[in-house]
Every structure is written in structure tokens, then in C-alpha cells.
Write a protein that binds this ligand. Structure first.
Ligand code: ZN
Length: 297
């Protein structure tokens, strides 16, 4: 059965590659080595990855309202650089930009090349710096593990394979929207499986990144659990779609926090890096002020 086997093969390849990547992280391998261990997805150069992301975010920013404020953006840039400094995966030359999307969803996004977005509602929902740091770490994980890049490349491969079924002279007349619709229907299960695995990988990476930066991962998980509970009562937001079940997700991360903390010799009660509370409080106050008085600059 051509299609069933093809899907199974591709899924298995991805699972194998992800297990290898996960095993590689505790050893502190650099990003080049992690790339070489990803047989299912040939990762382009950083410059190419960045231009892939730029093409996507140019369209994204045209269609999405951003909340621009230098105080909040400077705080977020500082948070990203603190996390990147002690990252368990090093990718020399990797840069990040982080911007705020003005939206009511509790949501975060990462695109190839280090383009990160978090919503104003997520900033409101975070009650401490560590809660925000954990979510930002999850998004950085997507970038460093090239999830978006591999998903975009896989989609392009499916598109090319489908178009190749048509005689060359007919290809310019095939409606691209129809092709994308057909591909998404045919490969929906495979894409959802890949997405769930990527989410699980980014969840585990976020715990490791927090612990390397000496943040309290348990405190993050209490906040994350609260945010998940809050969202469950409404509707499944984008941030939680195509993700593992919430309870299993929290349990897996708790287990990872215990195991990885002991690997790094971090014991309960050890001095953790103090959150920069005054800066977090200033950021929150600035945000509330903007949201209450949207017309003011
Ligand atoms: Zn994610």
C-alpha cells in the first residue's frame, strides 16, 4: 500500500531522528553536530534559514497587529540573551528578534532564523519572570532544533512531489491553493504527529534551558499548569493545538525537571539565579498602562 507505507516510513524516520537529537542534548553537542544527526531534514545554512524565516514573517507582520514598546521589547531581548548565554545547544551566529503580538490569545510563535513572537495576553498571564522565561525557552528550542525549517521543507517536498504527477505543460495551470488543500488532507496525520513530537521536544528543551540558566523549573511548571488550566475552559488556543495532551505534557516535563536537575547536580534549595523582579514589574506595569490607554504612544 503505497501511501500508508510511505507515511509510516517518513514518521519513523522523524521519530528516530528526534530521539537521536534528544539524546545529543545532554552531551552539550553544538548545533553543527545536531544538524548532522538529522537524516530526515537537511538543514540549510544560518543565512538561508534566516531568509526563509524573513520571507514568512514579512507576510505574518503584514497580517498581524504588533504592540511596539521599547521598555517591553528591551526587557524581552534581555531575557532571550540571558537564556541563550547558557543554552545547552550552541549555534554560533544564531540571532533572535522578539516582538509582541497584540492579541487576546495566550500564544507564542517561533519561525526559522530566530524570529520569536509572544502575545500581549501571554505577557499578562505570566505572573513571574520564570513563567515567561520557560515559554521563551520553548520557542528558542523550536529555533535551535530547526523544527519550523524542517516543517517548511517537508511541506515544499510534498508540494513538489504532488506537482510532479502532472505533465510539465499542465503544471502552471494547477491551482496552488487546491494543491495545498489536497496535500494537507493527504498528509494530515503525518503532519500532526511531527508537530506533536516537535512540541514535546521543545517542552523538554525548555526545562533544560531553564535549568542551565539556573531558573526554578518547578516554579515555571506551576505557572504553565495554571495557564493551561485557564485556557482549557475556553477554547483550544493555537499555542496548544497539535500538542500532546496537557496532563501528559506537564507530567513529562516534571519528570524531565527532576532527571535533568540531578544530572546538573542542582538540588532543591540550591541558590537559583534571582529573577529580575523589578524589571519584570516595570514591564508588566508598562504593558497594563498601554492596554488601558491604547491611544497613548
Ligand atoms: Zn511549541
Amino acid at each position: 500500500m503505497l501511501f500508508a507505507n510511505a507515511r509510516k516510513d517518513s514518521t519513523m524516520k522523524r521519530i528516530t531522528c528526534i530521539l537521536i537529537v534528544l539524546l545529543a542534548i545532554p552531551l552539550g553537542l553544538d548545533a553543527q553536530t545536531v544538524r548532522a544527526l538529522e537524516p530526515g531534514c537537511e538543514i540549510p545554512s544560518l543565512a538561508e534559514e534566516k531568509s526563509m524565516g524573513e520571507a514568512y514573517v514579512t507576510r505574518f507582520e503584514r497580517e498581524t497587529p504588533l504592540l511596539r514598546n521599547e521598555v517591553i521589547e528591551a526587557y524581552l531581548r534581555h531575557l532571550v540573551s540571558r537564556l541563550a548565554e547558557t543554552s545547552p545547544i550552541k549555534n554560533p551566529g544564531q540571532t533572535y528578534t522578539i516582538l509582541i503580538v497584540d492579541a487576546y490569545d495566550v500564544q507564542a510563535y517561533a519561525y526559522p532564523g530566530g524570529f520569536l513572537y509572544i502575545t500581549s495576553q501571554l505577557l499578562r498571564a505570566a505572573e513571574s519572570e520564570v513563567e515567561l522565561a520557560g515559554i521563551v525557552a520553548h520557542e528558542i528550542g523550536h529555533v535551535l532544533l530547526h523544527h519550523g525549517t524542517c516543517e517548511m521543507k517537508r511541506r515544499q517536498e510534498m508540494l513538489d512531489a504532488f506537482l510532479n504527477k502532472f505533465p510539465e505543460e499542465e503544471r502552471p495551470y494547477v491551482n496552488p491553493y487546491w494543491v495545498i488543500h489536497v496535500i494537507e488532507s493527504l498528509h494530515n496525520v503525518e503532519m500532526q504527529v511531527a508537530s506533536r513530537i516537535h512540541e514535546q521536544e521543545a517542552d523538554l528543551f525548555s526545562i533544560r534551558m531553564l535549568l542551565h540558566a539556573r531558573y526554578d523549573a518547578d516554579m515555571y511548571l506551576r505557572g504553565f499548569e495554571r495557564m493551561l488550566d485557564g485556557e482549557k475552559n475556553e477554547r483550544d488556543p493555537e499555542y496548544l493545538r497539535s500538542h500532546p495532551a496537557s496532563d501528559r505534557r506537564i507530567e513529562t516535563m516534571k519528570k524531565e525537571a527532576r532527571t535533568y536537575a540531578s544530572l546538573l547536580n542542582i538540588r532543591k534549595g540550591d541558590p537559583r539565579r534571582a529573577p529580575i523582579n523589578s524589571e519584570f514589574a516595570t514591564m508588566k506595569k508598562t504593558l497594563e498602562n498601554i492596554l488601558e490607554h491604547p491611544s497613548q504612544p
